[in-house]
Ligand binder design. Structure first.
Ligand code: URP
Ligand code: ZN
Ligand code: ZN
Length: 463
């Protein structure tokens, strides 16, 4: 039976208008005013916003990180995503065994996600060493699997040096692939971590001190230059956290550098490094880059308002606080890095961003839905409300109020970093390809109903 969402305020990345949205099967059939409702199930959206299902292109489901495994597998994590208004994820693969082929993790991730995911999903590949066959595999995987983006790290154990990154970028430019990069200066971080631990400074408050904003800024600047030297290779900077990082991005924008995009994440828009002051609770927020200061948050919102940044992701990567995070109890450097966030993103950005007048509703849709889809080759199937697009729709009530608390969350983690945060706005209904999968914070979908997305070329790879 068709569905007709009536009288809502329909929001796209460019406009807001009162109207109706007709769904036929899995697709949006029409958008307009006074659409006829014969033979359709009517959903009244009067006084509500009707937005595209969220697209989070930075999650780490079931991530094996050294000794630790993230606690959300593709079922728990995507149930959390769905309940938070996100109907598509593009997940970052973990590193595979040292020396493995790129196919190793592609096969592993199909095993992890197939039959479990409840929202639609794709994968970013990961490059952990470079040689001729790895460079060849990039294009093969893009063509055969629709994995049209790969990630490299400038820090952590399996980081790449500048020589390897340059080779990857050159290849990516040739194959029309996006390279996503975690940008932090590894040398300085490793030096500072060691120095703090040697002095007995092992509490969480030393985590941000060991990863200063300048480490991010330096790596952002370096990567922008490397991408430019590689022929304006498509570059996507993940999880930008600092005012210093924004300045580097603005410099590249002012120089009209082509083919790059920049993501920030919910935590860098709402949480500060005050979370590290508590010697116990502070471990909850051990993630990299670390949380910054109020002035960084304001700079980040300003950059979003000014369209300097492109997307908002989450870097969702939860570990249990009561068990796994305690590995850092005597040494913050031993604490697994990462925190939950996929469920909180839409509500926090709506409440902190739109309701507080820092960004507009179309900007919110651009950052949470449309741009992530464009950057990663799934637009207009995902991230927009257009006839022919998948009927992934969220109905959001701007007048409801809610206090975020772990008890109301759906992931497997035992905490939320946003505990006690009051948000203005709540999600009434979430549809994935025309089916209601969440109603009033209750998950109604089915394990395994999420479909694998073979992605196309990014807009960053078109020029
Ligand atoms: O602390 C984080 N962000 N963990 C996940 C891996 C990454 O750096 O994206
Ligand atoms: Zn990262
Ligand atoms: Zn990440």
């Amino acid at each position: 039976m068709n569905k007709l969402i009536k009288n809502g305020m329909i929001v796209t990345d460019s406009e807001v208008f009162q109207g109706d949205l007709l769904i036929e099967g899995e697709l949006i059939k029409a958008i307009g005013t006074n659409l006829p409702d014969e033979s359709a199930e009517v959903i009244d959206a009067t006084g509500k916003y009707v937005i595209p299902g969220g697209v989070d292109v930075h999650t780490h489901m079931d991530l094996q990180a050294g000794k630790y495994r993230a606690v959300d597998d593709f079922y728990d994590g995507t149930v959390a995503a769905a309940c938070g208004g996100t109907t598509t994820i593009v997940d970052h693969m973990a590193f595979g065994p040292v020396g493995c082929s790129l196919w190793h993790q592609v096969e592993e991730y199909h095993r992890l996600a197939d039959g479990k995911a409840v929202v639609d999903y794709g994968f970013h590949g990961v490059i952990q060493h470079v040689n001729e066959s790895i460079l060849k595999e990039m294009g093969e995987i893009a063509r055969k699997e629709g994995i049209t983006s790969f990630k490299v790290y400038t820090t952590y154990n399996l980081k790449l040096n500048d020589d390897a990154i340059y080779q990857v970028m050159k290849q990516a430019k040739e194959d029309g692939i996006v390279i996503a990069v975690h940008c932090e200066n590894d040398g300085v971080i490793e030096h500072l971590k060691k120095a703090y631990v040697e002095k007995g400074c092992t509490q969480p408050k030393y985590h941000p001190l060991s990863r200063p904003a300048r480490c991010e800024a330096e790596a952002v600047d370096r990567l922008l230059h490397i991408a430019s030297m590689a022929g304006d290779a498509p570059l996507y900077i993940v999880h930008l956290s600092s005012k210093e990082g924004i300045l580097e991005v603005m410099k590249a924008r002012a120089a009209h550098q082509k083919n790059f995009a920049v993501e920030t994440c919910t935590q860098y828009l709402a949480l500060t490094d005050e979370m590290y002051e508590d010697d116990i609770e502070g471990f909850k927020a051990i993630l990299s880059p670390p949380l910054r200061k109020e002035e960084d948050i304001e700079a980040m919102w300003q950059a979003l308002q000014d369209n300097v940044l492109d997307t908002i992701g989450t870097d969702h990567c939860p570990f249990h606080f009561t068990t796994k995070k305690q590995a850092g109890a005597n040494d913050f450097t031993a604490c697994p890095n990462g925190a939950p966030g996929v469920e909180e993103r839409v509500l926090v950005v709506f409440s902190e961003g739109v309701q507080k007048g820092r960004i507009t509703l179309p900007q919110m849709v651009k950052y949470l839905c449309t741009n992530p889809s464009r950057m990663y080759g799934i637009y207009p199937q995902k991230g927009t409300l257009l006839p022919g697009s998948d009927a992934d729709v969220v109905i959001l009530d701007p007048n409801k109020e809610r206090t975020l608390t772990h008890g109301d969350m759906h992931g497997a983690s035992d905490y939320t970093c946003y505990e006690g945060m009051k948000v203005k706005g709540d999600i009434d209904l979430v549809l994935l390809r025309g089916n209601v999968i969440v109603k009033d914070n209750e998950f109604l979908g089915k394990k395994g109903d999420g479909k694998y997305l073979k992605r196309h070329k990014s807009v960053l790879a078109e020029a």
